[in-house]
Design a protein around this ligand. Structure first.
Ligand code: SAH
Length: 219
């Protein structure tokens, strides 16, 4: 995998596009400028890696649109060393963006194929602050809870109770909720049993599913 001046130039233009669409957080924009998104796409889509679009990554899943990644990351207001739970590792791009911001990232994927493929790719970035788990995100990661921040990158019909409970008091969760179209919710846990909710626009994600999807051809 190589990152050329041409790729870097395309990333700078992508950052300009994100800025024009309202992304203001300088650290988020710097992370997008730094991380080669073409590493996360199949060769066939490499030419399009710096368009502000979602693309298929196999197993009926997609790498989120850069605007969506930047928007969700900005809503999370990540500080260095914070513990962040991501549900939906997918291509790994969002996890690596969070890693570049200095978060301690725990990312969960339910599809075994994607989990293995992406874990390998993430290793390539040598970010020791990112850990990958093959799990059903409905349960969160109880053994590492509570988290400062939680990000869900698949469209959920409702907010999984386990995720609410695994948020620190004062912590923030960003989750798209809804069936065909999702509203982006930013949830803050304000006490042991109180959460506030803000709505931040409409998005389209692949569905948040239940259970683990084992590797094809394996018993
Ligand atoms: N963050 C990803 C977006 C991937 S698309 C990226 O940057 O590329 C959403 C991912 O969520 C898919 O890979 C899908 O398999 C996964 N997913 C859906 N429901 C899940 C669940 N219950 N637990 C874990 N992962 C889930």
């Amino acid at each position: 995998m190589t990152d050329t001046y041409r790729h870097k130039g395309m990333r700078r233009r992508l950052v300009e596009t994100l800025r024009s669409k309202g992304i203001e957080d300088k650290r988020v924009l710097a992370a997008v400028e730094k991380i080669p998104r073409h590493f996360f796409l199949d060769k066939a889509f490499e030419e399009h890696a710096y368009e502000d679009k979602a693309f298929p990554i196999g197993n009926k899943q997609t790498i989120s649109q850069p605007y969506t990644v930047a928007f969700q990351t900005q809503l999370l207001a990540i500080k260095k060393r914070e513990k962040v739970l991501e549900i939906g590792t997918g291509s790994g791009y969002q996890a690596v963006i969070l890693g570049a911001l200095g978060a301690r990232v725990y990312t969960v994927e339910r599809q075994e194929d994607l989990f293995h493929k992406t874990k390998k790719l993430i290793r390539f970035f040598q970010m020791s602050n990112i850990r990958c788990y093959l799990r059903d995100g409905n349960n969160g990661l109880p053994e590492f809870a509570p988290f400062d921040k939680i990000i869900v990158t698949a469209g959920a019909a409702e907010i999984p109770e386990a995720l609410r409970m695994q948020l620190k008091i004062g912590g923030i969760m960003v989750i798209p909720v809804g069936k065909k179209v999702q509203k982006m919710l930013r949830i803050t846990r304000i006490s042991e049993n109180e959460w506030t909710e803000e709505e931040r626009g409409a998005f389209r994600f692949v569905p948040f599913l239940s259970g683990i999807n084992k590797r094809a051809g394996r018993g």
